[in-house]
Design a protein around this ligand. Structure first.
Ligand code: NDP
Length: 333
Protein backbone atom coordinates (compact mmCIF):
# COMPACT_ATOMS: atom_id res chain seq x y z
CA UNK A 1 0.00 0.00 0.00
CA UNK A 2 1.10 3.58 -0.60
CA UNK A 3 0.81 6.43 1.89
CA UNK A 4 0.94 10.18 1.32
CA UNK A 5 2.34 12.22 4.22
CA UNK A 6 1.95 16.01 4.01
CA UNK A 7 4.57 18.26 5.65
CA UNK A 8 7.08 15.40 5.41
CA UNK A 9 10.00 17.46 6.73
CA UNK A 10 8.23 18.17 10.05
CA UNK A 11 9.19 16.71 13.44
CA UNK A 12 6.26 14.30 13.76
CA UNK A 13 5.96 13.55 10.03
CA UNK A 14 9.53 12.24 9.82
CA UNK A 15 8.79 9.72 12.59
CA UNK A 16 5.50 8.74 10.94
CA UNK A 17 7.26 8.12 7.62
CA UNK A 18 9.95 6.00 9.26
CA UNK A 19 7.27 3.92 11.00
CA UNK A 20 5.27 3.45 7.79
CA UNK A 21 8.40 2.39 5.88
CA UNK A 22 9.30 -0.05 8.67
CA UNK A 23 5.82 -1.56 8.30
CA UNK A 24 6.35 -2.07 4.57
CA UNK A 25 4.39 0.87 3.16
CA UNK A 26 5.65 2.91 0.23
CA UNK A 27 5.57 6.59 1.17
CA UNK A 28 5.24 9.79 -0.84
CA UNK A 29 6.08 12.83 1.28
CA UNK A 30 5.14 16.40 0.36
CA UNK A 31 7.53 19.28 1.06
CA UNK A 32 7.41 22.90 -0.10
CA UNK A 33 10.75 22.93 -1.97
CA UNK A 34 13.35 20.40 -3.18
CA UNK A 35 15.86 21.69 -0.59
CA UNK A 36 13.45 20.78 2.22
CA UNK A 37 13.43 17.17 1.01
CA UNK A 38 17.19 16.55 0.80
CA UNK A 39 17.65 15.37 4.39
CA UNK A 40 14.68 13.00 4.05
CA UNK A 41 16.05 11.42 0.89
CA UNK A 42 19.25 10.56 2.78
CA UNK A 43 17.41 9.55 5.96
CA UNK A 44 15.17 7.07 4.14
CA UNK A 45 17.64 5.86 1.47
CA UNK A 46 17.96 2.49 3.22
CA UNK A 47 14.35 1.58 2.36
CA UNK A 48 15.19 0.67 -1.22
CA UNK A 49 13.33 3.39 -3.11
CA UNK A 50 10.13 3.05 -1.13
CA UNK A 51 10.26 6.73 -0.17
CA UNK A 52 9.66 9.47 -2.74
CA UNK A 53 9.27 13.23 -2.53
CA UNK A 54 6.54 15.32 -4.03
CA UNK A 55 6.97 19.11 -4.18
CA UNK A 56 3.76 20.98 -3.40
CA UNK A 57 4.87 24.59 -3.08
CA UNK A 58 1.48 25.94 -2.06
CA UNK A 59 -0.82 23.38 -0.53
CA UNK A 60 -3.74 25.80 -0.58
CA UNK A 61 -3.71 26.23 -4.35
CA UNK A 62 -6.70 24.76 -6.13
CA UNK A 63 -5.67 21.40 -7.55
CA UNK A 64 -2.40 21.36 -5.55
CA UNK A 65 -2.76 17.64 -4.88
CA UNK A 66 -4.09 16.49 -8.26
CA UNK A 67 -0.84 14.77 -9.24
CA UNK A 68 0.34 13.96 -5.73
CA UNK A 69 -2.75 12.00 -4.79
CA UNK A 70 -2.47 9.55 -7.70
CA UNK A 71 -2.13 5.94 -6.57
CA UNK A 72 -2.46 6.72 -2.86
CA UNK A 73 -4.24 4.40 -0.40
CA UNK A 74 -3.64 6.28 2.84
CA UNK A 75 -3.28 10.02 3.50
CA UNK A 76 -1.65 11.32 6.69
CA UNK A 77 -2.14 15.08 6.87
CA UNK A 78 0.36 16.71 9.26
CA UNK A 79 1.28 20.00 7.50
CA UNK A 80 0.35 22.94 9.68
CA UNK A 81 2.26 25.93 11.04
CA UNK A 82 3.10 24.83 14.58
CA UNK A 83 4.64 27.96 16.06
CA UNK A 84 3.34 31.01 17.80
CA UNK A 85 5.56 33.66 16.26
CA UNK A 86 3.19 35.03 13.66
CA UNK A 87 3.72 38.78 13.26
CA UNK A 88 0.04 39.55 12.90
CA UNK A 89 -1.98 36.87 14.64
CA UNK A 90 -4.39 35.80 11.95
CA UNK A 91 -6.63 32.87 12.69
CA UNK A 92 -7.96 32.83 9.16
CA UNK A 93 -4.66 32.24 7.39
CA UNK A 94 -3.56 29.67 9.98
CA UNK A 95 -6.80 27.95 9.36
CA UNK A 96 -6.52 27.87 5.60
CA UNK A 97 -3.25 25.92 5.78
CA UNK A 98 -4.39 23.54 8.45
CA UNK A 99 -7.57 22.92 6.49
CA UNK A 100 -5.68 22.34 3.26
CA UNK A 101 -6.76 18.73 3.31
CA UNK A 102 -10.03 20.30 2.34
CA UNK A 103 -8.58 21.34 -1.00
CA UNK A 104 -8.56 17.62 -1.73
CA UNK A 105 -12.10 17.35 -0.46
CA UNK A 106 -13.25 20.31 -2.55
CA UNK A 107 -11.67 18.69 -5.58
CA UNK A 108 -13.82 15.70 -4.86
CA UNK A 109 -16.99 17.80 -5.03
CA UNK A 110 -15.90 19.63 -8.16
CA UNK A 111 -14.47 16.59 -9.89
CA UNK A 112 -17.81 14.88 -9.41
CA UNK A 113 -19.75 17.87 -10.70
CA UNK A 114 -17.50 18.45 -13.69
CA UNK A 115 -16.69 14.83 -14.47
CA UNK A 116 -12.87 14.84 -13.90
CA UNK A 117 -12.71 11.10 -13.73
CA UNK A 118 -8.96 10.74 -13.19
CA UNK A 119 -9.01 12.98 -10.10
CA UNK A 120 -12.17 11.36 -8.88
CA UNK A 121 -10.67 7.91 -9.31
CA UNK A 122 -7.57 8.91 -7.34
CA UNK A 123 -9.66 10.18 -4.47
CA UNK A 124 -11.91 7.16 -4.59
CA UNK A 125 -8.97 4.77 -4.49
CA UNK A 126 -8.04 6.06 -1.05
CA UNK A 127 -9.00 3.89 1.89
CA UNK A 128 -8.17 6.02 4.90
CA UNK A 129 -7.38 9.63 5.73
CA UNK A 130 -5.64 10.41 9.02
CA UNK A 131 -5.55 14.01 10.22
CA UNK A 132 -2.96 14.96 12.81
CA UNK A 133 -5.20 17.05 15.01
CA UNK A 134 -4.29 17.98 18.60
CA UNK A 135 -5.58 18.18 22.13
CA UNK A 136 -5.73 21.89 21.19
CA UNK A 137 -9.02 20.89 19.51
CA UNK A 138 -10.33 19.53 22.81
CA UNK A 139 -8.96 21.52 25.73
CA UNK A 140 -10.64 24.78 26.78
CA UNK A 141 -7.95 26.77 28.55
CA UNK A 142 -8.84 28.20 31.93
CA UNK A 143 -11.06 25.22 32.72
CA UNK A 144 -9.53 22.32 34.59
CA UNK A 145 -10.55 18.68 34.75
CA UNK A 146 -10.12 15.48 32.78
CA UNK A 147 -10.80 15.82 29.06
CA UNK A 148 -12.05 13.22 26.63
CA UNK A 149 -12.98 13.06 22.94
CA UNK A 150 -16.48 14.49 23.43
CA UNK A 151 -15.14 18.02 24.01
CA UNK A 152 -14.44 20.71 21.38
CA UNK A 153 -12.35 23.83 21.98
CA UNK A 154 -15.08 26.36 21.25
CA UNK A 155 -13.32 28.98 23.40
CA UNK A 156 -10.43 29.53 20.98
CA UNK A 157 -12.80 29.71 18.01
CA UNK A 158 -14.81 32.33 19.87
CA UNK A 159 -11.64 34.29 20.79
CA UNK A 160 -10.56 34.45 17.15
CA UNK A 161 -14.06 35.41 16.01
CA UNK A 162 -14.28 38.18 18.58
CA UNK A 163 -10.76 39.54 18.37
CA UNK A 164 -9.87 38.92 14.71
CA UNK A 165 -6.23 39.85 14.06
CA UNK A 166 -5.83 40.84 17.71
CA UNK A 167 -6.45 37.28 18.92
CA UNK A 168 -3.43 35.69 20.61
CA UNK A 169 -1.25 33.47 18.40
CA UNK A 170 -2.00 30.56 20.74
CA UNK A 171 -5.75 31.01 20.23
CA UNK A 172 -5.21 31.43 16.48
CA UNK A 173 -3.30 28.13 16.38
CA UNK A 174 -5.81 26.32 18.56
CA UNK A 175 -8.80 27.67 16.63
CA UNK A 176 -7.18 26.63 13.34
CA UNK A 177 -6.69 23.09 14.57
CA UNK A 178 -10.24 22.88 15.94
CA UNK A 179 -11.89 24.31 12.82
CA UNK A 180 -9.80 22.05 10.59
CA UNK A 181 -10.73 18.93 12.52
CA UNK A 182 -14.39 19.91 12.58
CA UNK A 183 -14.34 20.60 8.84
CA UNK A 184 -12.85 17.18 8.13
CA UNK A 185 -15.60 15.42 10.15
CA UNK A 186 -18.31 17.57 8.50
CA UNK A 187 -17.01 16.64 5.06
CA UNK A 188 -17.13 12.94 5.87
CA UNK A 189 -20.62 13.29 7.32
CA UNK A 190 -21.85 15.17 4.25
CA UNK A 191 -20.46 12.58 1.85
CA UNK A 192 -21.40 9.49 3.82
CA UNK A 193 -22.10 6.70 1.40
CA UNK A 194 -20.08 8.07 -1.53
CA UNK A 195 -16.59 7.98 -0.01
CA UNK A 196 -14.34 4.95 -0.20
CA UNK A 197 -12.28 6.08 2.79
CA UNK A 198 -12.79 6.62 6.46
CA UNK A 199 -11.39 9.38 8.63
CA UNK A 200 -9.27 9.02 11.75
CA UNK A 201 -8.10 12.01 13.72
CA UNK A 202 -5.20 11.74 16.13
CA UNK A 203 -5.20 14.20 19.04
CA UNK A 204 -1.87 14.28 20.87
CA UNK A 205 -0.90 16.63 23.68
CA UNK A 206 2.78 17.80 23.85
CA UNK A 207 4.77 15.40 21.67
CA UNK A 208 8.33 14.83 22.86
CA UNK A 209 11.25 12.59 21.89
CA UNK A 210 14.47 12.83 19.89
CA UNK A 211 13.97 14.47 16.48
CA UNK A 212 15.05 12.70 13.29
CA UNK A 213 14.06 15.46 10.84
CA UNK A 214 16.48 18.23 9.85
CA UNK A 215 17.07 20.69 12.70
CA UNK A 216 20.13 22.82 11.88
CA UNK A 217 19.95 24.83 15.11
CA UNK A 218 18.12 24.39 18.38
CA UNK A 219 16.02 27.50 17.58
CA UNK A 220 14.56 25.58 14.64
CA UNK A 221 12.92 22.98 16.87
CA UNK A 222 9.13 22.95 16.72
CA UNK A 223 7.10 24.56 19.52
CA UNK A 224 6.78 21.58 21.90
CA UNK A 225 10.44 20.51 21.75
CA UNK A 226 11.69 24.09 21.98
CA UNK A 227 9.66 24.57 25.13
CA UNK A 228 11.13 21.34 26.53
CA UNK A 229 14.64 22.58 25.73
CA UNK A 230 14.13 26.06 27.15
CA UNK A 231 12.50 24.79 30.32
CA UNK A 232 14.50 21.71 31.21
CA UNK A 233 17.91 22.59 29.84
CA UNK A 234 18.03 26.36 30.06
CA UNK A 235 15.76 26.76 33.06
CA UNK A 236 14.00 29.88 31.77
CA UNK A 237 10.91 29.26 33.93
CA UNK A 238 10.51 30.59 37.48
CA UNK A 239 9.99 28.12 40.33
CA UNK A 240 6.36 29.24 40.54
CA UNK A 241 5.85 28.51 36.82
CA UNK A 242 7.51 25.11 37.10
CA UNK A 243 5.12 24.20 39.89
CA UNK A 244 1.97 25.38 38.13
CA UNK A 245 2.36 24.91 34.37
CA UNK A 246 1.84 21.53 32.75
CA UNK A 247 -0.38 19.44 30.52
CA UNK A 248 -0.32 16.02 28.90
CA UNK A 249 2.60 14.49 27.00
CA UNK A 250 3.31 11.48 24.79
CA UNK A 251 6.54 10.11 23.35
CA UNK A 252 6.71 10.66 19.59
CA UNK A 253 7.64 7.02 19.07
CA UNK A 254 4.30 5.93 20.54
CA UNK A 255 2.41 7.89 17.83
CA UNK A 256 -0.76 7.70 19.76
CA UNK A 257 -4.02 9.57 20.07
CA UNK A 258 -4.11 10.73 23.59
CA UNK A 259 -1.69 10.98 26.42
CA UNK A 260 1.21 9.12 28.06
CA UNK A 261 0.40 11.00 31.26
CA UNK A 262 -0.01 14.40 32.87
CA UNK A 263 2.94 16.55 34.00
CA UNK A 264 4.07 19.65 35.79
CA UNK A 265 7.29 21.13 34.44
CA UNK A 266 8.77 20.69 37.94
CA UNK A 267 8.20 16.95 37.60
CA UNK A 268 10.01 16.83 34.25
CA UNK A 269 12.91 18.74 35.75
CA UNK A 270 12.96 16.36 38.75
CA UNK A 271 12.94 13.33 36.44
CA UNK A 272 15.74 14.87 34.35
CA UNK A 273 17.82 15.41 37.49
CA UNK A 274 17.24 11.87 38.72
CA UNK A 275 18.77 10.21 35.65
CA UNK A 276 22.04 8.37 36.31
CA UNK A 277 24.56 9.08 34.97
CA UNK A 278 23.47 12.71 34.31
CA UNK A 279 22.90 12.92 30.54
CA UNK A 280 23.96 16.59 30.30
CA UNK A 281 26.03 18.91 32.49
CA UNK A 282 23.37 21.47 33.45
CA UNK A 283 19.72 20.80 34.14
CA UNK A 284 17.44 23.41 35.75
CA UNK A 285 16.46 22.57 39.35
CA UNK A 286 13.41 24.60 40.42
CA UNK A 287 12.18 23.40 43.80
CA UNK A 288 12.69 19.61 43.75
CA UNK A 289 9.57 17.70 44.76
CA UNK A 290 7.38 20.82 44.92
CA UNK A 291 4.62 19.20 42.83
CA UNK A 292 4.75 15.75 44.45
CA UNK A 293 1.19 14.61 45.14
CA UNK A 294 -0.29 17.86 43.75
CA UNK A 295 -3.50 17.34 41.75
CA UNK A 296 -3.04 17.92 38.02
CA UNK A 297 -4.72 20.95 36.49
CA UNK A 298 -4.93 19.19 33.11
CA UNK A 299 -5.31 15.48 32.49
CA UNK A 300 -6.62 13.32 29.66
CA UNK A 301 -8.85 10.29 29.88
CA UNK A 302 -7.06 7.56 27.93
CA UNK A 303 -9.79 4.91 28.22
CA UNK A 304 -10.73 5.04 24.53
CA UNK A 305 -7.10 4.84 23.45
CA UNK A 306 -6.45 1.91 25.77
CA UNK A 307 -9.56 0.12 24.59
CA UNK A 308 -8.86 0.47 20.88
CA UNK A 309 -5.09 0.34 20.73
CA UNK A 310 -3.99 -1.18 24.04
CA UNK A 311 -0.61 0.50 23.77
CA UNK A 312 1.88 0.51 26.60
CA UNK A 313 3.33 4.03 26.71
CA UNK A 314 6.98 4.79 27.26
CA UNK A 315 7.81 6.10 30.72
CA UNK A 316 8.50 9.77 31.34
CA UNK A 317 12.00 8.78 32.48
CA UNK A 318 12.77 7.12 29.14
CA UNK A 319 11.41 10.04 27.10
CA UNK A 320 13.32 12.67 29.07
CA UNK A 321 16.58 10.69 29.10
CA UNK A 322 16.53 10.03 25.36
CA UNK A 323 15.84 13.69 24.50
CA UNK A 324 18.70 14.90 26.69
CA UNK A 325 21.15 12.30 25.33
CA UNK A 326 20.18 13.48 21.84
CA UNK A 327 20.64 17.17 22.78
CA UNK A 328 24.13 16.32 24.07
CA UNK A 329 25.04 14.43 20.88
CA UNK A 330 24.08 17.52 18.87
CA UNK A 331 26.18 19.80 21.10
CA UNK A 332 23.12 21.72 22.28
CA UNK A 333 23.57 20.94 25.98
P1 NDP B 1 6.80 21.00 12.66
O1 NDP B 1 6.88 22.49 12.79
O2 NDP B 1 8.03 20.22 12.90
O3 NDP B 1 6.26 20.62 11.21
C1 NDP B 1 5.29 21.36 10.57
C2 NDP B 1 5.18 20.92 9.12
O4 NDP B 1 4.10 21.64 8.50
C3 NDP B 1 6.43 21.22 8.31
O5 NDP B 1 6.62 20.22 7.35
C4 NDP B 1 6.08 22.53 7.63
O6 NDP B 1 6.75 22.75 6.41
C5 NDP B 1 4.60 22.32 7.36
N1 NDP B 1 3.95 23.62 7.16
C6 NDP B 1 3.87 24.66 8.03
N2 NDP B 1 3.26 25.69 7.45
C7 NDP B 1 2.93 25.30 6.20
C8 NDP B 1 2.28 25.92 5.10
N3 NDP B 1 1.87 27.18 5.18
N4 NDP B 1 2.11 25.21 3.97
C9 NDP B 1 2.57 23.95 3.88
N5 NDP B 1 3.20 23.30 4.87
C10 NDP B 1 3.37 23.97 6.02
O7 NDP B 1 5.61 20.58 13.64
P2 NDP B 1 5.19 19.17 14.27
O8 NDP B 1 5.76 18.05 13.52
O9 NDP B 1 5.42 19.25 15.73
O10 NDP B 1 3.62 19.24 14.07
C11 NDP B 1 2.99 18.58 13.00
C12 NDP B 1 1.50 18.54 13.26
O11 NDP B 1 1.22 17.95 14.52
C13 NDP B 1 0.85 19.91 13.27
O12 NDP B 1 -0.37 19.78 12.59
C14 NDP B 1 0.63 20.19 14.74
O13 NDP B 1 -0.51 21.00 14.89
C15 NDP B 1 0.35 18.79 15.27
N6 NDP B 1 0.64 18.64 16.70
C16 NDP B 1 1.91 18.74 17.19
C17 NDP B 1 2.15 18.56 18.54
C18 NDP B 1 3.53 18.63 19.11
O14 NDP B 1 3.67 18.61 20.34
N7 NDP B 1 4.58 18.69 18.30
C19 NDP B 1 1.07 18.30 19.49
C20 NDP B 1 -0.23 18.18 18.87
C21 NDP B 1 -0.42 18.34 17.53
P3 NDP B 1 7.89 23.91 6.26
O15 NDP B 1 9.14 23.35 6.86
O16 NDP B 1 7.98 24.11 4.81
O17 NDP B 1 7.38 25.11 7.00
Amino acid sequence: AKALVTGANGYIAAWIIRTLLEQGYSVRGTVRSPAKGEHLTTLFAQYGGKFELSIVDDIMKDGAFDETIKGIDLVVHTASPFHFNVKVPDGASYCRVTCSLLTVCCRFDRARREGHTSILNSILKMKRVIVLASTACILQSGKSGKWDETSWNELSIQAVKENGVKASPVDAYRASKTLAEKAAWEFVEKHKGSLSWDLTTINPPSVWGPPIHEVPRVENLNASMLEFFNTVVKGTRSDAELASIGGGWVDIRDRIIVSGGPYYWQEIVDVANSIEPPPIAYIAKGKPGATKGKAYAIDYDTAKCNRILGIKFRSLQETVRDILVDFKRRGWA
